[in-house]
Ligand binder design. Structure first.
Ligand code: ZN
Length: 419
């Protein structure tokens, strides 16, 4: 689809500009106590970051569009550029106590890549845009990639306008408080129809590139992913006077289920996590009546995901029979496998010193996955994370690797927007 053009003459990336931008973002939303970040959508740190991005874009004479939920698009479209647009970018929000790199690295790298292209004297023949998508992490309204899903029409505004955050604030009120206009038609535009391809650069969220000794990797696919609610029901009773053999304790059923999920995932080379548990009456001296737990499961195929959940459910049910409890399982969300575009991936991976960049799968959701599922030819570039940790303060990328990422992204955009 896209020809791989000859390598540009110059791979130099201006570390001063990259480091200046990175330093400006560093204090925003950072906890002095933990060093972690909380840039919750439509609160002051995230609003400040969005304003920072708009200023950076305007300083580069990019044309800025902001839609009703705060998705920002900044366009470099010199006279004569035409055809399907090339889009890059990521997000600026974070999970609670998250790292600095998940999201912002893709945004800062996109701006630095545009600077590098201008240094090279490049001018795009297709419109070239940098995107910042809102509420990627779902940390406020519980819907991951809410901004990009609205932008491509994967969810409707009508289906989310009643959402409330943990404090009871409705989504339209949160948007208005952040200076946005939820009545704007933006969220209902279909971005997918306007762009020809999307490339998201992102910090790696595992250790694949560390193990391979590579600074950069290219994503092949996003694993299927599901969230399942397990409701375990038993009988509340006194922790002292109730004999052990007389109990109907749903905590035991849950505990065995968590162990079973871990074992099944390890045996199959997949991922299964119970990361959230609620119990009633939640008293130290009471056998619980009810335990609700959420399973996050990710597998390398839709069939493997279905099988993993089926096996865990069967083991939970058998154990409930022995415990005198009951269990019901509800799939709250299931996202199928996302394959990235092989042609765009080839453009991203090709022709760096030492051969192609490695191609790796990812187990995390991204805006890129939303755009790919909406039919946009999409690719992802990962930058090595020496800690292997993400969604935590120790998430990291070395500046040298980040600058390789900027160069790789600039090469990719040059090939895609210059052909
Ligand atoms: Zn991210």
């Amino acid at each position: 689809m896209w020809a791989v053009a000859a390598r540009a003459c110059c791979r130099w990336t201006d570390p001063v500009t990259f480091e200046r931008m990175w330093a400006e973002l560093a204090p925003v939303g950072r906890s002095a106590r933990t060093g972690g970040y909380f840039r919750q959508p439509w609160t002051s740190p995230e609003v400040e970051l969005r304003a920072w991005f708009v200023e950076e874009a305007e300083n580069r004479d990019l044309r800025v569009e902001v839609d009703g939920v705060g998705n920002v698009l900044a366009w470099w479209s010199p006279g004569g550029s035409a055809g399907p647009a090339v889009l890059t970018g990521s997000h600026l929000d974070s999970v609670r106590n998250g790292g600095a790199y998940d999201g912002p690295l893709g945004v800062v790298s996109a701006l630095a890549a545009l600077d590098l292209l201008r240094e090279r004297g490049f001018s795009p023949t297709r419109p070239l845009g940098v995107a910042v998508f809102a509420e990627e992490e779902g940390s406020r309204f519980g819907r991951a990639c809410l901004g990009s899903r609205l932008a491509v029409g994967a969810v409707s505004w009508a289906s989310v306008r009643e959402l409330r955050d943990a404090d009871g604030v409705g989504l339209p009120d949160a948007l208005e408080a952040a200076g946005l206009d939820p009545g704007d038609t933006g969220p209902r535009d279909n971005l997918a129809a306007r762009i020809g391809c999307f490339v998201e650069l992102h910090v790696e969220q595992g250790r694949d590139l560390v193990d391979r000794g590579a600074a950069i990797g290219v994503a092949s696919e996003i694993w299927p992913h599901g969230r399942y609610r397990f409701d375990f029901t038993g009988e509340a009773n006194h922790a002292g006077t109730t004999r052990m053999e007389d109990r109907h304790d749903p905590m035991l059923t849950y505990a065995m289920t968590a162990l079973a999920a871990n074992k099944q995932a390890r045996l199959a080379g997949m991922r299964a996590t119970f990361g959230r548990v609620e119990t009633e009456p939640n008293g130290t001296n009471a056998v619980p009546s009810r335990v609700t737990a959420w399973l996050d499961a990710r597998c390398d195929s839709d069939a493997a995901l279905a099988e993993l959940v089926e096996v865990v459910t069967r083991q939970a049910t058998e154990r409930a029979g022995r415990d005198g409890t009951s269990v019901s399982v509800t799939a709250e969300s299931v996202t199928g496998a996302v394959s990235f575009d092989a042609d765009v991936a080839r453009v991203v991976a090709a022709d760096h010193e030492g051969g192609d960049w490695p191609v790796i799968a990812t187990q995390a959701g991204h805006d890129a996955g939303v755009l790919a599922a909406a039919g946009v030819p999409t690719a992802m570039l990962f930058v090595r994370n020496p800690s292997g940790v993400s969604h935590a303060p120790s998430e990291h990328a070395e500046t040298a690797d980040c600058l390789v990422g900027v160069s790789a992204l600039a090469d990719t955009l040059e090939r895609l927007a210059g052909s």
